[in-house]
Design a binder for this molecule. Structure first.
Ligand code: PA5
Length: 445
């Protein structure tokens, strides 16, 4: 269960102000619940946790078992933005930190492609594929996004050359729109198995659809537990209440934003959660950053980044707020030993868990940053597992919808991401972009 603690903001805001923003958040909550706001045709994510049939997970498990039966040990998941970050975040958070070196995997190894146009990356991935027994999942809601399309063209060719076209078709699964897009037609023509991304779920809200479910199941994690955790938060975040955690979080971050805190940093204290920051940045950045408005989302991994970004956060321009994702319990136990020589002077730590040092670093940093003028929002989970991660996903999604409406934007569109694509297409000579290409060439002279 996700808990929100706003105590670290109390010295920055007046109670009356917060009450006013709670009112705004409840109005935004009503808009989201009644489905009367901008982008209301993209609200399918709201009931995914309680509405996902168990048969969907069973279908994914059947693919996992079939591929395991063929000896597949590497699955390349191809996608970008919302079509990869949720799965990447979950798999990183749930995997052993040294799974690769230990060869300790619950399922098949999942690696990602199509989130970059780096030639080195795709070429080096081919080196890996040569060594391994490979299958691929290609994910694109629109079915036309350039980065995954380029990667898929190359990976498809590679798999077909290695296993033959017929066998390749059983080693490729597509996740895409039910009807539209190049990936849908290609899948139909090649006879790939497909999963559908419903029209009413946008990419960054799709981690609890087959976009996230299939890769997470293939990696060997318990998707049922993740959906249970998300369903619990679906219930908690559906209450029209000032203590609804999604309402509280949305109210406070918007109040702080209006008081000049233009940047929100998501802080984690476990390297496994680094991609939670990446997923969260996409969710909030793409949902809120529009019409000249929005909180700029950033992320740091402490204590590592206390030795780099820590200086700015403590002491630089006072435009920051922090949202700390606190994990109450470690899944592992390591106690600091006594050293009779005590040359490092650390015997005062003898018998303490390493996680206690981490917790004190978190507490000490919280107090220092508050003293330095950085309000602290705290979002806590009990431990890192599927259940709690599912809860976090849902909590942040729901609060994002409420936040966007408080801000006065449509949180469910992303018109801004088209600008670079048009230029890239023009510069690459895509048919239909001739005029734009001429204009760009002029500018580049
Ligand atoms: O959140 C979004 O809508 C985007 O980040 C998309 O997920 C991303 O652009 C990939 O789009 P698609 O799945 O259509 O390839």
């Amino acid at each position: 269960m996700v808990k929100v603690n706003l105590g670290g903001c109390s010295s920055f805001v007046k109670d009356a102000e917060y009450r006013e923003y709670l009112g705004k958040a409840l109005a935004a909550f009503d808009t989201l619940e009644r489905e009367t706001g901008a982008g209301n045709d993209f609200l399918g994510w709201k009931h995914l946790p309680s509405g996902t049939p168990d048969s969907l997970i069973s279908e994914c498990e059947a693919i996992r078992d079939e591929w395991k039966g063929k000896g597949v040990d590497l699955v390349v998941v191809i996608g970008i933005g919302g079509s990869y970050l949720g799965a990447k975040c979950a798999i990183e958070a749930l995997s052993h930190s040294f799974a690769k070196q230990l060869r300790d995997r619950k399922g098949m190894e999942v690696v990602f492609a199509g989130h970059t146009l780096s030639e080195e990356y795709i070429s080096e991935l081919t080196d890996l594929m040569q060594e391994r027994n490979v299958a691929a999942v290609v994910i694109s809601k629109s079915g036309t996004t350039t980065e995954p399309a380029v990667a898929f063209r190359l990976i498809k060719q590679y798999i077909e050359e290695k296993y033959g076209r017929e066998e390749a078709a059983s080693r490729i699964v597509a996740v895409t729109d039910a009807r539209k897009g190049a990936l849908r037609s290609l899948s139909t023509q090649e006879g790939y198995r497909t999963f559908v991304i419903e029209d009413n779920v946008g990419g960054r809200f799709s981690v609890l659809t087959p976009v996230g479910i299939l890769p997470i199941v293939l990696a060997g994690f318990d998707m049922r537990a993740m959906l249970r955790g998300a369903a619990e938060m679906e219930k908690a975040c559906a209450e029209r209440s000032e203590t609804n955690p999604a309402v509280e979080y949305a109210a406070m971050r918007n109040l702080l934003y209006d008081n000049g805190k233009a940047i929100e940093i998501l802080v984690t204290y476990n390297p496994k959660l680094q991609y939670l920051g990446e997923w969260w940045k996409q969710l909030y950045g793409e949902s809120e950053g529009k019409d000249g408005k929005g909180i700029f989302p950033a992320s740091v991994s402490f204590t590592t980044d206390l030795h780099s970004m820590g200086q700015f956060i403590q002491d630089g321009k006072r435009i920051l707020m922090e949202t700390v994702v606190s994990v109450e319990k470690s899944n592992r136990s390591t106690v600091i030993n006594n050293d009779p020589q005590n040359l490092d002077g650390l015997n005062f730590l003898t018998g303490k868990h390493v996680e206690e040092c981490n917790a004190m670093a978190e507490l000490g940093t919280r107090l220092a940053h508050i003293d330095g003028g950085v309000p602290q929002l705290q979002v806590s989970i009990e431990k890192i597992d599927e259940y709690n991660l599912g809860g976090l996903f849902y909590f942040f999604e729901k609060s994002c919808g409420i936040s966007g409406y408080i801000l006065g934007v449509n949180p469910f569109n992303q018109p801004g991401v088209e600008a670079y694509k048009k230029n890239m297409f023009a510069l690459l000579g895509k048919p239909g972009y001739e005029e734009q290409a001429k204009a760009l060439q002029e500018r580049l002279k």
